[in-house]
Design a protein around this ligand. Structure first.
Ligand code: DAH
Length: 338
């Protein structure tokens, strides 16, 4: 009998399992109701008195070793499963965050793509500019408030060097370098000396459009903007042009689009007007053409400009402009394209 127990202890210590089922099978085989060890405990009463002590001792060793083996293999196999190193190849994987485009880039790319389809090409200019390109060549009167120190970041005291306050300066650079027809779209960063708040920032982005050719009319401007609005804001979008003033366009207008959130019925985004203000536009002022060496008897043109942050805020319902510049991954990851 003792040999039997010793033999079993050996077997048990060499036991190994690959699955939890094997462990359970082993447990039942040894410790189950009809298991080998249970059986040996039942035979204890038949053991001769002098052998009882040794038999009991060995039997207990066998029982504990078996229990330890069962426990050890159970935890080991549990861990393998939780590690993700289990061999179940059908389980879905954990996707790694691969980075995503910035919401401003998504919106800007979309706008540029729409105008590219109309034959516009991209033009860019410097962010550090001079008075001529930002103001004078765009027909800003000498005393215009936009030239005020409050709005413009000048580089150096009394200097002519400044950070551009709008992308309209690229229009001037384009007219310097190209002959009409000119049909360009000009994205870029602009700077204004303004207090940073939820609604305004000291730098932001704009995209500007310019079309100069023979016989360009206000109807062309309207049709171009209507196409853009339908492509960008949705095919049921309506546009509305309100008279406005910009020094470099005459006549000037501001364009509203019907609010896509409430379909023009009125909601808190459009402040219950049914309309959203999205861009400024107009016919290039003949003075601007002349200042830039373009024959204003032969050529006419239109221009428009819009803010990218404002457009992105409307599209995504972003309430605070500062979010775009904080590089907070919790914000940026929401724009991941899947
Ligand atoms: N430059 C203007 C601004 O920053 C926006 C603008 C308005 C651009 C009308 C244009 C335009 O080209 O025609 O507020």
């Amino acid at each position: 009998m003792l040999e039997v127990i010793e033999q079993l202890i050996k077997e048990v210590s060499q036991f190994s399992a690959e699955s939890k089922e094997q462990v359970e099978q082993f447990r039942v085989e040894m410790l189950g109701k009809k298991g080998k060890i249970t059986q040996l405990f039942k035979e204890f009463k038949n053991v001769a008195v002098e052998q009882k002590k040794e038999f009991g001792k060995q039997l207990n060793i066998l029982k504990t070793t078996t229990q330890q083996q069962v426990d050890e293999f159970k935890t080991r196999l549990d861990n393998v499963e939780n590690d993700g190193t289990s061999t179940d190849m059908s389980l879905p994987g954990n996707a790694e965050y691969a980075g995503s485009r910035h919401p401003l880039s998504i919106v800007l790319n979309e706008i540029v793509e729409i105008f590219k389809r109309l034959g516009f090409t991209i033009s860019t200019g410097p962010e550090i500019e001079d008075d001529w390109h930002v103001f004078s060549a765009l027909n800003f009167p000498e005393e215009h408030p936009a030239r005020d120190m409050q709005d413009t970041f000048f580089i150096g005291n009394g200097s002519d060097v400044l950070l551009r306050t709008h992308t309209s300066s690229v229009q001037v650079r384009a007219m310097e370098n190209k002959k009409p027809p000119i049909r360009i779209i000009m994205p870029g960063r602009v700077y204004r000396n303004e207090a940073v708040s939820a609604r305004s920032h000291c730098f932001f982005h704009q995209v500007e459009g310019l079309y100069i050719d023979e016989n360009v009319s206000f109807a062309d401007l309207k049709q171009t903007l209507l196409y853009f609005a339908k492509e960008f804001y949705g095919h049921n979008t309506k546009i509305r042009l309100r008279p406005s003033y910009f020094p470099f366009t005459e006549p000037s207008a501001e364009m509203d689009v019907s609010c896509s959130l409430c379909s023009g019925k009125g909601c808190n985004v459009c402040k219950y007007t049914g309309w959203l203000e999205v861009l400024g536009c107009g016919m290039v002022d003949p003075n601007v053409l002349e200042l830039n060496g373009i024959d204003n008897k032969k050529y006419t043109g239109f221009a428009f400009g819009m803010g990218i942050e404002r457009t992105a805020m409307l599209r995504y319902g972003v309430k605070d402009i500062r979010m775009f510049f904080e590089n907070d991954l919790r914000f940026l990851r929401q724009f991941q394209e899947i």
